[in-house]
Design a protein around this ligand. Structure first.
Ligand SMILES: Cc1cc2nc3c(=O)[nH]c(=O)nc-3n(C[C@H](O)[C@H](O)[C@H](O)COP(=O)(O)OP(=O)(O)OC[C@H]3O[C@@H](n4cnc5c(N)ncnc54)[C@H](O)[C@@H]3O)c2cc1C
Length: 329
């Protein structure tokens, strides 16, 4: 692990024009296990959760810092050696940027929690997501909310992370309702990328493997009867609860599904008897073949080993090449 001296970090912060009240959101040698749902991995030289992510991203790049963008860390594993750069946590940049209630066009900031976003849409509750939700009083009295993203209820993560991953469940993807995405691109320009279906696919977005920052995402939603909306959201959350999603720290599904294999990856792993198979503190969930959990004290190395081991066993037994969904940073 490379550590930077205080002067270098101070210089970066000074040049970044971080407001004085943002200082609580800056930490040196911050354990990334605190910011990932797997609760594993080493330290970031610098972790920042600013309320101006675009500026910090641009400054870090200009000054030559390596940057990793972090939503809620629900799909990532950082190495035990940590990350010798800036972990830019988008959580301070959350909420609704614009909303046209007539057309159902809404622009969410990247750091908005997914579950909070769908809740807002159902209840017309558009306050600061990190504070007690303030309500659009007139909206709260209406019998409808806004549908289109309710299938994401209960999914950990942020809007930015979900767009980057093209998060998906119940046969639907976040891209299904996407209109455009605002990013800071590799040349540090603000660019709006319109949705083009050909660039999106199963858990694939045009932003993967690019050095960009998603700042906002615009969706096209539709009015939906509020009781039905809330019931659909509750059903999704209950289904996740029942499937054990929240029982242990994890990052959800480890491997992508592949229709060519004829069955879901979880079933393939189950049928090889790998549920409960473990390495160090990492374990194939006893209740789901495609989830690896931190059963206690798992390191990123344990997780990586187990992921590779499961993939190798599947390859040896069936000749299938599993593709990981989780991102090893
Ligand atoms: C219990 C559980 C259940 C889950 N179920 C599902 C599921 O059903 N379907 C599914 O698809 N996923 C699922 N996941 C995975 C995860 O919830 C999603 O992938 C989610 O979209 C990740 O969001 P995040 O903000 O935490 O992203 P992170 O994990 O923080 O980041 C993921 C990737 O996106 C990049 N990124 C994040 N934000 C930005 C940004 N603003 N700009 C540029 N890049 C960015 C990161 O650099 C990283 O490469 C589950 C996870 C858990 C823990």
């Amino acid at each position: 692990m490379i550590y930077y001296c205080m002067d270098t970090i101070d210089e970066f912060l000074k040049n970044s024009n971080m407001p004085a009240n943002a200082s609580k959101a800056v930490r040196m040698r911050e354990p990334l296990a605190k910011h990932t749902t797997f609760k594993a991995g080493g330290e970031a030289a610098l972790w920042i959760r600013p309320n101006m992510i675009a500026e910090i991203f641009q400054q870090a790049r200009i000054q030559g810092w390596p940057v990793r963008v972090l939503g809620r860390g629900a799909n990532v594993v950082f190495s035990d050696n940590g990350f010798p750069g800036v972990a830019l946590d988008t959580g301070g940049w959350s909420g609704v940027e614009t909303f046209d209630q007539e057309s159902g066009r809404i622009v969410f900031r990247a750091g908005t929690r997914i579950d909070r976003a769908v809740e807002m849409l159902a209840k017309h509750s558009f306050g600061d997501p990190d504070q007690e939700a303030s309500c659009d009083v007139m909206g709260a009295l209406l019998s409808f909310g806004y549908g289109g993203l309710e299938f994401l209820a209960g999914m950990p993560g942020t809007i930015g992370g979900a767009v980057y991953m093209n998060a998906r469940c119940y046969e639907r993807s976040i891209a299904d309702r996407l209109v455009s995405v605002a990013i800071i691109d590799e040349r540090l320009r603000h660019v709006t990328v319109p949705f083009r279906a050909a660039e999106w696919g199963y858990k694939r977005s045009p932003f993967q493997n690019r050095d960009i920052l998603i700042t906002t995402a615009e969706f096209s939603l539709y009015k939906k009867e509020k009781t039905a909306l809330l019931a659909d959201m509750e059903a999704c959350r209950m289904d996740r609860e029942r499937k054990g999603h929240y029982r242990f720290p994890s990052a959800g599904s480890v491997f992508k599904n592949n229709h060519a294999f004829g069955m879901p990856t979880g079933k393939i792993i189950d049928e090889l008897g790998l549920r409960g198979h473990s390495h160090g503190g990492a374990m194939v969930a006893p209740f789901h073949g495609n989830i690896i959990v931190n059963a206690g004290g798992a390191t990123a190395t344990d997780i990586r080993f187990l992921v590779d081991d499961v993939a190798q066993r599947v390859r040896k037994s069936l000749g299938f090449e599993l593709e990981t969904e989780i991102v090893f940073m």
